[in-house]
Design a protein around this ligand. Structure first.
Ligand code: ZN
Length: 363
């Protein structure tokens, strides 16, 4: 089947054959090999224009999921900070703006898992631990980015998302927060969301895309170069349509996804979190999955190896790689023994520009 290619983007075919291999072991080796070639091309190519990282929400998350059940701690929850990236890049010479993970915080509360969790944790404790930074649109305004300037929105995956306030609804009842943005989402996950398997239900907002405007939804089937220094690669496993954003910056190549929850997830042998190194030794594994969705673990593992292969190492701590978890475990009194060995917190690169307001071509 030919790839669906959103306007302005370029398909990348390197990983098509490796991902299509039938057996998980050979698939892992082939994906790693193809990722090495792609990494060389991407790192030697042009850089993105600018990247900024903005906090969206801080929330509790079960320790057993965050570390694949490996962390030795009685703390049932860790805190995770979910973040959005603003990325500007050139696409055929034109400046484009992408928001990666512009999650609607109010909508996310309807996620069945979090709704059940909220019912179990007393309100005053929830208020004490959950922090909500300034609304994303206000944070963007401080940076000179207006809602109408955003050309693309995408998420690493669609868990906890309510797309209605982002894209607006076709009946006009909900208006679009980013009126000129095209959503880049995987066709596979979009279809899953229509008819969820019981193992998927806990993490999707059931009506999160009901009645949304679809004119600006672009469903993807393969890997994409969005423009200079920015690519969006399939990294299936955590969900069927999981994807990872890769950025070529002044500090090297970075990736962003939720396949892991902190730097340790991609380098467990060098982790100081009790239990992670032992798990890696015992099971002879190179990565530790963010494991709230068990259905496609082998693919998630392969996706994390792909990520580790494409990005650069951290200069101040070369045992770790430049994978920014889109929800990163954050030091807290909830789980004092579960501090990530290093924290990434943010990717910052270049200077954001205010795009010229341009008339949209009639479509
Ligand atoms: Zn998820």
């Amino acid at each position: 089947m030919p790839h669906a290619v959103p306007p302005g983007t370029t398909p990348l075919l390197d990983l098509d054959e490796p991902w299509a291999l039938g057996s998980a072991g050979p698939r892992l080796r082939a994906v790693r090999r193809a990722a090495e070639g792609l990494r060389h091309r991407f790192a030697a190519g042009p850089r993105a224009v600018a990247v900024r990282t903005l906090p969206v929400v801080v929330s509790p998350y079960p320790t057993k999921y965050a570390f694949f059940g490996a962390a030795l701690s009685p703390a049932p929850y860790v805190l995770i900070t979910h973040r959005c990236l603003v990325v500007q890049f050139l696409q055929a010479g034109e400046l484009r703006t992408l928001l990666f993970n512009p999650t609607d915080v109010a909508g996310a509360r309807a996620t069945p898992y979090f709704a059940r969790l909220a019912a179990r944790i007393p309100e005053r404790i929830q208020r004490a631990i959950a922090r909500e930074p300034e609304p994303l649109v206000d944070q963007l305004a401080h940076l000179g980015v207006r809602p109408g300037d955003v050309d693309y929105v995408a998420w690493d995956h669609l868990h906890v998302q309510d797309l209605r306030p982002i894209l607006g609804t076709a009946d006009g009842r909900v208006s679009a927060r980013f009126p000129n943005a095209t959503l880049l989402a995987s066709r596979a996950e979009w279809s899953d969301w229509d008819d969820l398997h019981p193992l998927q239900r806990a993490w999707y907002v059931r009506d999160g895309k009901l009645g949304v405007q679809t004119a600006r939804v672009s469903l993807t089937t393969g890997d994409l170069m969005l423009g200079d220094g920015v690519m969006l690669l399939r990294t299936p496993g955590h969900t069927s349509g999981n994807q990872t954003l890769f950025l070529n910056t002044d500090s090297g190549v970075w990736g962003v996804s939720e396949n892991g929850t902190c730097a340790d997830s991609w380098a467990p042998m060098d982790s100081r979190i009790p239990g992670l190194r032992a798990l890696a030794r015992r099971q002879d594994v190179d990565v530790v999955l963010n494991a709230n969705t068990p259905e496609r673990g082998a693919d998630q593992y392969t996706s994390m190896i792909l990520e580790r292969t494409v990005v650069d190492r951290v200069k101040r701590a070369p045992a770790f790689v430049q994978m920014l978890p889109s929800s990163e475990v954050t030091p807290s009194a909830l789980s004092p023994a579960l501090q990530p060995t290093i924290l990434h917190r943010a990717i910052s690169h270049g200077q954001l520009a205010t795009p010229q307001r341009r008339p949209r071509a009639a479509e």
